[in-house]
Design a protein around this ligand. Structure first.
Ligand code: 5GP
Ligand code: ZN
Length: 112
């Protein structure tokens, strides 16, 4: 979708540090990292938010991709957090579905 930042990352029009590519998926580093490892995992097709994700297979693949990225980043044993912020109360600011993968430090609960 033209004008969507993450569609433009997927198209290579905006530079990003891509750390993993998969079938219809991409993982890249967040521009404003909130943890030593902070990756964003996106489907390359435009889906606005979790509310708009109709395909459970795509969602499963996205989470499995995040899990694999965590393992490859060396986070599996110590642990990590995956987050999908959705719409304003969820803190979503970029309206292209994405999974945050955060790790490399202990996470707090409850989140803010
Ligand atoms: P949200 O708040 O929607 O859950 O997360 C959006 C994330 O995208 C934020 O963590 C923000 O730092 C990141 N972000 C926004 N613009 C860019 C960009 O142009 N490049 C990258 N790599 N990350 C971005
Ligand atoms: Zn998009």
């Amino acid at each position: 979708m033209s004008g969507c930042i993450f569609c433009r990352v997927a198209a290579g029009e905006i530079p990003a540090e891509i750390v993993k590519r998969g079938e219809g998926m991409l993982a890249f580093t967040d521009i404003s990292p909130q943890a030593p490892t902070h990756l964003l995992i996106i489907p390359t097709i435009h889906i606005g938010s979790l509310n708009d994700a109709k395909d459970p297979t795509l969602l499963g693949n996205l989470v499995a991709f995040a899990r694999d990225a965590a393992r490859e980043a060396g986070l599996a044993t110590r642990g990590y957090r995956v987050v999908i912020n959705t719409n304003p109360d969820g803190g979503q600011t970029v309206f292209h579905l994405h999974v945050h993968l955060l790790g490399g430090r202990p996470m707090h609960w409850p989140p803010g």
